[in-house]
Ligand binder design. Structure first.
Ligand code: AP5
Length: 198
């Protein structure tokens, strides 16, 4: 399925005014770098709301809606989902939790276009955190898991996409870089220090 054919997927206009002034942290890193794992810990300790673009998209697929069935083919082959669909799904989830202390946006943005659309529609992120780990570490972690989108071909494609499309966002938004090749406990010690300043 081409991205052009996704243009027919119904879009929803979401009023994001309730999100103004809320701390928003983009959590970036290659597939399997431990973004979800660290977000769970931050949520427990700092009461931020964890919004994972990947989890939301997988949930949409599992819900069996028309939109979900169209997303399935893209995700199972390691393709990214068109920006406008990701934006709609993210904005809907954030507005549902508008009274939250702040938001962790996990696995987002995947490219400069997504980054700029978010800044335009919702606002600048308060901070950007990047979990750095080499490609072999990422692949080994994901091969040990059993998600429908964790086949070897899909993993390699996601890692390549990350390196070509997402890394430029890390540089442009001066992300705080955290070494993610350590234990989850050691990584969280650094993450905590960053959140103490937000
Ligand atoms: P997404 O779910 O974001 O996939 P991902 O980037 O591949 O990230 P993962 O959730 O697989 O890994 P993670 O970094 O959260 O690591 P985790 O903590 O789980 O996206 C899936 C798909 O959705 C994409 O391919 C794309 O199609 C689509 N999509 C998503 N966002 C999109 C967007 N913005 N725009 C368009 N399309 C989008 O850990 C991984 C494993 O490692 C776990 O088993 C964990 O137990 C283990 N682990 C974690 N930390 C450690 C550690 N420190 N040491 C050892 N093992 C660890």
């Amino acid at each position: 399925m081409s991205h052009d054919s996704m243009a027919n997927v119904e879009r929803k206009k979401v009023d994001t005014s309730a999100l103004k002034g809320k701390p928003i942290v983009w959590i970036m890193g290659g597939p399997g770098s431990g973004k979800g794992t660290q977000c769970e810990r931050v949520t427990m300790k700092f009461s931020f709301t964890h919004i994972s673009s990947g989890d939301l998209l997988r949930a949409e697929v599992m819900s069996g809606t028309n939109r979900g069935m169209q997303l399935y083919k893209l995700m199972a082959s390691g393709e990214t989902v068109p920006n406008e669909i990701v934006d709609d799904i993210l904005a809907e989830a954030m507005v549902r939790k508008a009274d939250s202390k702040g938001f962790l946006i996990d696995g987002f943005p995947i490219d400069l276009e997504q980054a700029e659309a978010f800044v335009r529609d919702i606002g600048e992120p308060t901070a950007v955190i990047f979990f750095e780990a080499n490609d072999h570490v990422l692949k080994d972690r994901l091969m040990a898991r059993n998600n429908f989108d964790d086949t070897e071909d899909s993993i390699v494609k996601r890692i390549n996409n990350f390196n070509s499309r997402t890394r430029p966002v890390v540089a442009k938004f001066s992300a705080k870089v955290v070494n993610a090749e350590r234990s989850a406990v050691d990584i969280f010690a650094d993450v905590e220090k960053i959140f103490a300043t937000i």
